[in-house]
Design a protein around this ligand. Structure first.
Ligand SMILES: C[S@@+](CC[C@H](N)C(=O)[O-])C[C@H]1O[C@@H](n2cnc3c(N)ncnc32)[C@H](O)[C@@H]1O
Ligand SMILES: [Zn+2]
Length: 374
């Protein structure tokens, strides 16, 4: 295997040479490394430098860069594991070169976490994390982090796969990226509640081809019940942009008050907030001293996440403008017109054209059109 040096967050490490002529170069090498996930790693390192867990498991190490960076940049005791013996060889070599004391274990994540627990656990698999979440919950004392790159099943583009993996029905709506994140979070919450534990989302976001959850796990039946109460359904009209939410395990049959169409339930999914805004503020305050390479993009993401209203689902106002037959104004204009009517409204990190608000559709339509309907 031909290796080359790469550097991230001040850590230099070896990665297999990739075939850049391939459509997805990371898939061409025997051990996985995707430089485009740098922001994902930067965000986690930044967050861990604040949370300071007593230890951290990078359960799917590949080259080991994630765990190495946490050890190097956060000063937290780190274990890196992977089930692949070739990956373990490279991780061991990278750990030795770095001179940072890190424990390396070759083990299947489900086996490891049924025997050993860690204060913080990071699941970063290929595609879906669904087969690892149960072990992840059992082996996590406080912080569970999860990446999913199977956005097509999560967002409703591959409906049957989404239903099989997450025991939930997604839907390919204009806010499908948010549906994907909330389906995954709802799934993790249901898996966690079985152990009489609750979940507090700290920083959960969707970007490009992945969804990322940073969660605090809570103890006790009350925490579990309070968390479960924040799951339920979004009922979406298939003919118009109308939607409404319904908390709970069961979904009822509902009709669109605008066009009389039967509403389609999406879920069960997470309906609650996606972030702990005080921690996001701390991350922003700290980012200047940490100076990760993706600083600009990360600041923008954190800004957007802090600002966005905790409302499930957003409206794509360009889609609305097309529907209304008008040209879309600036997003700031639409937002201020909605707030002038007495309804909070915000942008969202999910989409540059996304608007979050609980205003009635008539108010949103008027804000996009710039005048009331004649
Ligand atoms: C997407 S890569 C991890 C990338 C890495 N965390 C990073 O940030 O660069 C997924 C890794 O999970 C490992 N893996 C897959 N299934 C596993 C399992 N059941 N137990 C442990 N490791 C597993 C693979 O060998 C692979 O190295
Ligand atoms: Zn309708």
């Amino acid at each position: 295997m031909e290796l080359t040096e790469a550097t991230e967050g001040g850590t230099t490490f070896l990665v297999p040479v990739q075939d850049d002529t391939q459509q997805f170069p990371p898939g061409s090498a025997p051990i996985f490394f995707n430089p485009r996930m740098k922001l994902n790693r930067d965000a986690t390192v930044l967050l861990l430098s604040i949370l300071q867990p007593s230890d951290y498991l990078d359960a799917m190490g590949a080259t080991g860069i994630r765990g190495l960076r946490v050890a190097n940049e956060c000063g937290i005791p780190v274990t890196i594991s992977d089930r692949d013996p070739v990956a373990i060889e490279l991780i061991t070599r990278n750990v030795q070169r770095s001179g940072i004391p890190v424990t390396v274990i070759q083990r299947d994540v489900n086996a490891l976490l049924s025997e050993q627990s860690f204060d913080a656990v990071d699941l970063d698999p290929f595609g879906t994390p669904a087969p690892f979440v149960d072990a992840g919950v059992k082996g996590t004392r406080r912080f569970l982090f999860v990446t999913a790159t199977d956005t097509a099943p999560l967002c409703g583009a591959h409906l049957k796969a989404g239903i099989r993996r997450y025991s939930a029905v997604p839907m390919n709506t204009e806010y499908h990226s948010e549906v994907g994140l909330r389906i995954l979070l709802g799934f993790v919450v249901r898996q966690t509640a079985r152990y009489d534990r609750g979940v507090e989302p700290i920083f959960c976001y969707a970007r490009e081809h992945f969804v990322r959850l940073h969660l605090r796990l809570l103890r006790g039946t009350k925490a579990a019940d309070d968390t479960l109460r924040q799951t339920g359904y979004i009922h979406q009209c298939r003919k118009c942009p109308y939607r409404e939410q319904e908390p709970g395990i069961l979904s009822s049959s509902r009709t669109c008050p605008h066009c009389g169409e039967l509403l389609q339930p999406i879920g069960p999914l997470w309906l609650g907030d996606l972030h702990n805004r005080a921690i996001l503020a701390e991350m922003q305050a700290r980012i200047g001293t940490m100076k990760p390479g993706s600083e600009k993009a990360l600041v923008k993401l954190l800004d957007c996440c802090r600002e966005e209203l905790p409302v499930p689902g957003f409206y794509d106002y360009h889609v609305l403008a097309k529907r209304l037959g008008c040209s879309p104004p600036e997003i700031t204009v639409v937002l201020s017109r909605i707030t002038a009517e007495g309804y909070p409204a915000s942008r969202t990190h999910f989409s540059g054209y996304g608007i979050k608000t609980e205003a009635p559709l008539s108010v949103i339509f008027d804000a996009v059109r710039g005048h009331p309907q004649e």
